[in-house]
Design a protein around this ligand. Structure first.
Ligand code: SAM
Length: 190
């Protein structure tokens, strides 16, 4: 069996439109939709990173409603997807949780819509090939706001090439970008 694949959505440290490092707010749709994508593509867990305790409590309440509450009764398949989601304080905590459960620290792959970040990105084909052979788990890192802070991009083990359509419009939502990335890395392409 190949090593596990994990996803994280980072709310700090990320950039605002001026390039300053900020903390963004968690959105309900990101909790649901990226959990559903994570479940579809066979991920072992989806971590929502926020250093703000009240935001983690909010995520945990959403998860509880859908995993055990009336939400589960009404939409059991949502409980299945949200069962993969966890709220954590920092990217370091994500890495240490994965290392504890897998016995290896993950290969950390950052994502960005921007190119020219001064880091040579890996193609989707290269990341897919490395993941399929790796003994280490893989952690795919998504940003919020105007993208991951430079410190996150620089400390990752690899940067994935940006998704590009046939136009110069480059404003995918993180939920759409996450689904495209998972499909290119893990999907069955007919
Ligand atoms: N300008 C930001 C950037 O360079 O990443 C866009 C931020 S976007 C709203 C939030 C997140 O969605 C990004 O941090 C990245 O994880 C993902 N994302 C959005 N568009 C992407 C693209 N074209 N290629 C890869 N990831 C993308």
């Amino acid at each position: 069996m190949s090593a596990g694949v994990y996803l994280t959505l980072v709310h700090h440290p990320v950039r605002d439109r001026f390039g300053e490092t900020v903390t963004t707010a968690v959105t309900n749709l990101d909790v649901h939709d990226l959990s559903r994508s994570a479940r579809t593509y066979g991920l072992r867990a989806y971590f929502i990173v926020t250093p703000i305790e009240a935001q983690r409590i909010l995520v945990d309440r959403i998860l509880e409603h859908w995993r055990t509450g009336p939400g589960r009764e009404r939409v059991p398949e949502r409980a299945d997807a949200l069962g993969l989601c966890r709220s954590v304080e920092s990217i370091e905590q994500v890495i240490s949780n994965i290392a504890d459960s897998e016995g290896h620290a993950p290969w950390v792959v950052a994502t960005a819509a921007r190119s020219s970040l001064g880091i040579a990105p890996l193609s989707f084909a290269d990341v897919r090939a490395t993941m399929s052979l790796a003994e280490r788990p893989t952690l795919i890192v998504l940003g919020t706001g105007h993208g991951l802070a430079d410190t996150v991009l620089q400390s990752a083990d690899a940067l994935l090439a940006p998704i590009r359509g046939p136009t110069d419009y480059n404003h995918l939502s993180v939920r759409a970008a996450g689904a495209i990335i998972l499909d290119r890395l893990l999907g069955h392409h007919v």
